[in-house]
Design a protein around this ligand. Structure first.
Ligand SMILES: Nc1ncnc2c1ncn2[C@@H]1O[C@H](COP(=O)(O)OP(=O)(O)OP(=O)(O)O)[C@@H](O)[C@H]1O
Length: 509
């Protein structure tokens, strides 16, 4: 039991034994075993909804498993809440940031401690922080405000915070999704060194085989709540792992690019928009997207891409400039979106494109519910018609939900994304605006979504694809633009794109 003896020091191992977690009648984890050796880098793989988050939440004390035990450094421990887990040296780093943007890095670190005194002696704390940092493999600017540092630096701070809080077993939940490939390699490489030095044990949830191959020693693979495989990374290929992840499922075949670009569908002219703080986020930006064309926008996050998409989605007022769709002025009203058959795949779909408490079926029907055949006479909702349609879409888009009536907020992140896709792409589309549509999705879902986007283009849709994933942009785009400080600074045909050149422009050179 906790309290009997102190938390282990140095790198220690964690095991989950016969973990079962039921939510009502649904079994999210079925007798799963996970063994993470001390001083190892362990990857946890599985499709969206396989049970990865549920398993780590059971270990961290966020959930009380229906059955099963957790061993920390080979001792059985009762972890009934995250505080117990922290006291035992377990920490968690999420894909989204938890630091307070308005505070400095130093303030974030010190105030995260359980034992912060009522009056903080900052001079002394800063000295101790410097001493702590000198032992760490990476440095962060202690006096900088978190809002002023890059995504890569923020993720380093999140990790440093865990180490500062003396956590020696780190669970990383898709830690690199907001980082560029370069930043990801830097952060994971540094953690790998600490693991090799015996200071740390890591369990990382990821969808990226490249990271597993480059940094992990061992891997555990879940499939539909069950243990589907495990082993040493050196003895497995990405193909082996993919097969264990998806079982007998077939990957979506990518359609090839067919047809030429037609007339201009979407036109943005000298658009100016501000961010929430009043700063200029989009400056005099002009672009066009033709029918049957995918225009990709590359850029490091925070260069105005979000505000551009928000203006096009009607979530932000433009300060000046014009947007036209098929030649007509466009102000992002629901009526215009409908008339021009526009679809939107925004970022953070649970927050931006769903009603969390409503069912999966209702969320899929959201944009359709007041149109025939779902509505008659404009007011009577034909429930059974849209339910049937939702059920078809749930199957077609392989959305893992217990029933169509389950609240959408109970779905795993990837499955929320699929539900929004089913709604936005499950009908005729003439203009599609997508922002990081594959963020957090497993490779089978990515293949499916890329195929859907390409198919929409081949059917003549004009697609504006904003993404932080260069591989995705290069695979899908016809033309590629680079956005930096609110402006488009570079344009190239994707077929002759030069990565170094794009990278240079992304960095503002
Ligand atoms: N609080 C909850 N109530 C009901 N069902 C839940 C709850 N949390 C998770 N589930 C279900 O358990 C299953 C596993 O979800 P989990 O979030 O663990 O998947 P995951 O492997 O982490 O997926 P992703 O890669 O999409 O994040 C899903 O089908 C999900 O709908």
């Amino acid at each position: 039991m906790i309290g009997d003896d102190p938390a282990p020091t140095g790198a220690f191992g964690v095991e989950a034994i016969a973990m079962t977690m039921r939510f009502g009648a649904f079994t999210a984890l079925d007798n799963v075993e996970l063994k993470v050796r001390p001083g190892s880098f362990h990857a946890l793989l599985g499709e969206n909804g396989a049970g990865k988050s549920t398993l780590v939440k059971c270990i961290m004390g966020y959930y009380r498993p229906t059955e099963g035990d957790v061993l920390i450094a080979e001792r059985e421990r009762a972890i009934s809440n995250p505080k117990d887990a922290h006291a035992l040296g377990l920490g968690m780093v999420y894909q989204h940031f938890t630091l307070v943007p308005a505070m400095t890095v130093a303030e974030n670190l010190v105030l995260a401690r359980d034992d912060v005194p009522a009056v903080v002696n900052w001079a002394k704390e800063k000295q101790e922080l410097e001493a702590f940092l000198s032992r760490m493999p990476f440095r962060v600017p202690l006096d900088a405000k978190v809002s002023d540092i890059s995504a890569g630096e923020r993720q380093k701070c999140e990790i440093l915070k865990q180490l500062y809080l003396k956590r020696r077993f780190l669970i990383l939940d898709e830690p690199t999704s907001v980082l560029t490939p370069g930043e990801a390699d830097e952060v994971l490489g540094m953690l790998r060194k600490m693991v090799e030095a015996g200071e740390l044990t890591i369990l990382m949830i990821t969808h990226k085989f490249r990271e597993v191959m480059a940094f992990a020693d061992e891997v555990t693979i879940l499939r539909r709540g069950k243990l589907a495989g495990r082993g040493k990374v050196s003895e497995l290929t990405p193909d082996d792992m993919a097969r264990m992840m998806i079982g007998a499922e077939q990957l979506t075949v990518q359609p090839s690019r067919t047809g030429e670009a037609g007339t201009v569908r979407l036109e943005v002219e000298k658009l100016v928009a501000r961010d929430d703080a009043g700063g200029l986020a989009v400056q005099d930006l002009s672009l066009t997207v033709r029918a049957g064309e995918i225009v990709g926008i590359a850029g490091v996050s925070g260069n105005g891409q979000r505000q551009l998409v928000e203006v096009l989605a009607g979530q932000r007022e433009a300060e000046s400039g014009a947007v036209r769709v098929s030649g007509a002025p466009y102000s992002a009203s629901r009526e215009e979106m409908r008339r021009h058959k526009m679809s939107l795949l925004p970022e953070e779909p649970l927050k931006n494109a769903c009603v969390g408490g409503m069912s999966v079926a209702d969320n899929i029907a959201l944009r359709e519910f007041d149109r025939a055949p779902f509505a008659r006479g404009g007011w009577w909702l034909n429930k059974s018609a849209f339910r049937k349609d939702a059920t078809t879409k749930i199957n077609r888009y392989k959305i893992k939900t217990r029933t169509p009536d389950t609240p959408i907020s109970a779905l795993s992140g990837g499955n929320v994304q699929r539900a929004v896709l089913a709604r936005e792409l499950g009908h005729d589309v003439e203009v599609l605006i997508a922002a990081n549509p594959c963020f957090g999705l497993d490779f089978a879902a990515v293949a499916q979504i890329h195929a859907e986007i390409m198919a929409a283009r081949n059917r003549g849709a004009a697609v504006l694809l904003v993404s932080e994933d260069l591989d995705e942009l290069l695979e899908l785009s016809d033309r590629l633009l680079v956005m930096f400080h609110g402006q488009l600074v570079y344009e190239t045909r994707a077929s002759d794109a030069d990565l170094t050149e794009i990278g240079r422009h992304m960095a503002g050179h």
